[in-house]
Design a protein around this ligand. Structure first.
Ligand code: ADP
Ligand code: ARG
Length: 368
């Protein structure tokens, strides 16, 4: 579609979709000040929100420098989504030392609030500075990035603290797994779902060339996982069943530093915005810290509607048992995580998960 038509389409969609942040943040006067190449780049960022007008965020960065290069657009979008000022600056910090209202000794033990062992997970999105972001990668870029990562995984696999294996979806890869093995990893919450079914990622170009360049590294104990080629180049995570949230958080920090120290892996960072991610909803920390928890009372109607109503003012997001855009589990299991990622520290996110779950549990129990 020619640019003029696209600008016209945005103008038409804007009043019809007040909740689409990208459409609302698009300023044709600013757009006109850009050269043709930059106009192309910015329009590519908005494509998902144009093709999916009911999007909440409605855009994805396509190059590591997009947030800085198109600051007048992204600053507005970030301010609207994250409820911060347009000149907000992000600071990363994994230390719990300065976090307020922590339980004794900083131990975030869910057993202390009467919960049984739960599945706990902390993930961070990371992108390599040297590659385009997934929305504008070619198939060759995707396979090259996977090959680069396979070299890095070789180092982890040789390390007795990690071990494990890399599983690839790339046709013809020496590490290729078959459809059944892939499905088993998805069912075990280890591997990501088929991205070509996601209308946002497809319109953004992020799901293109599926399944080339896609795969995941899994440590020997299956508790440390790195996705390759999903919404971000890498999603790095720790997962474990237990009650002490610090275990997954601390392990992730150690492992992340090991990965960041491997030669040839420089993560994309923005001076003002912190960790660069494809989706502006993840910018800053790229972190989502979650637990799978049964809330039978709050989900007694078979949906997450009531749980969402209660969770929202507590700063928590509710997802289905299979992740984003999936239904709740048959036993009332939902995925709870703090919604904030930007202008909050990593340490504050894990503390917010603990505090949020304590409050949510009180609500759940009060209905019993
Ligand atoms: P992301 O967390 O990377 O944004 P999703 O919400 O789609 O992505 O979740 C990806 C996978 O991780 C899904 O299989 C989901 O069930 C799983 N998952 C998320 N949190 C947990 C958890 N606390 N325990 C077990 N699996 C989890
Ligand atoms: N692009 C979608 C929207 O704007 C999803 C955004 C959040 N989810 C994500 N996986 N980044 O509503």
């Amino acid at each position: 579609m020619p640019f003029d038509d696209k600008i016209e389409l945005i103008a038409k969609l804007k009043p019809e979709n007040p909740a689409n942040i990208a459409l609302q943040s698009f300023d044709p006067v600013y757009f006109e000040t850009l050269d043709a190449g930059s106009q192309n780049r910015l329009m590519a960022c908005l494509n998902s929100g144009i093709e999916n007008p009911t999007s909440e965020m409605g855009c994805y960065a396509c190059q590591p420098s997009d947030y800085d290069d198109f600051r007048p657009f992204f600053a507005k979008a970030l301010a609207a989504y994250h409820k911060v000022s347009e000149d907000a600056q992000h600071k990363n910090n994994w230390s719990l030392e300065r976090v307020e209202d922590l339980p004794e000794g900083g131990v975030l033990d869910l057993a202390a609030i009467g919960l049984p062992a739960l599945s706990m997970r902390v993930r961070v999105g990371r992108n390599l500075a040297e590659f385009p972001l997934p929305g504008s990668m070619t198939r060759n870029d995707r396979v090259l990035l996977e090959t680069r990562m396979m070299g890095a995984f070789g180092k982890l696999i040789a390390d007795p603290d990690y071990g494990g294996a890399y599983h690839s979806l790339t046709p013809g890869s020496p590490n290729e797994i078959d459809a059944a093995a892939y499905q088993k990893l998805v069912d075990d919450h280890i591997m990501f779902k088929d991205m070509s079914n996601d209308t946002y990622l497809t319109a953004a170009g992020i799901a293109s060339d599926w399944p080339y360049g896609r795969g995941c590294y899994v440590s020997a104990d299956r508790g440390f996982i790195i996705w390759v080629g999903e919404e971000d180049h890498l999603r790095i995570m720790c997962m474990e069943r237990g009650t002490i949230l610090n275990r997954v958080f601390d392990r992730l920090k150690v492992a992340l530093d090991v990965v960041a120290g491997i030669e040839g892996l420089e993560f994309a960072m923005s001076g003002d915005y912190g960790v660069v991610t494809s989706c502006p909803t993840n910018l800053g920390t790229g972190m989502r810290a979650s637990v799978h928890i049964q809330l039978p009372n709050l989900t007694s109607d078979g949906t997450d509607k009531r749980a969402k109503q209660i969770a929202k003012p507590l700063g928590l997001s509710v997802r289905g048992a299979g992740g984003e855009h999936t239904p709740i589990g048959a036993d009332g299991t939902v995925d709870i995580s703090p919604s904030a990622r930007f202008c909050i520290t990593e340490a504050e996110i894990i503390a917010a998960l603990y505090k949020g779950i304590s409050l949510l549990k009180k609500e759940e129990d009060s209905i019993a």
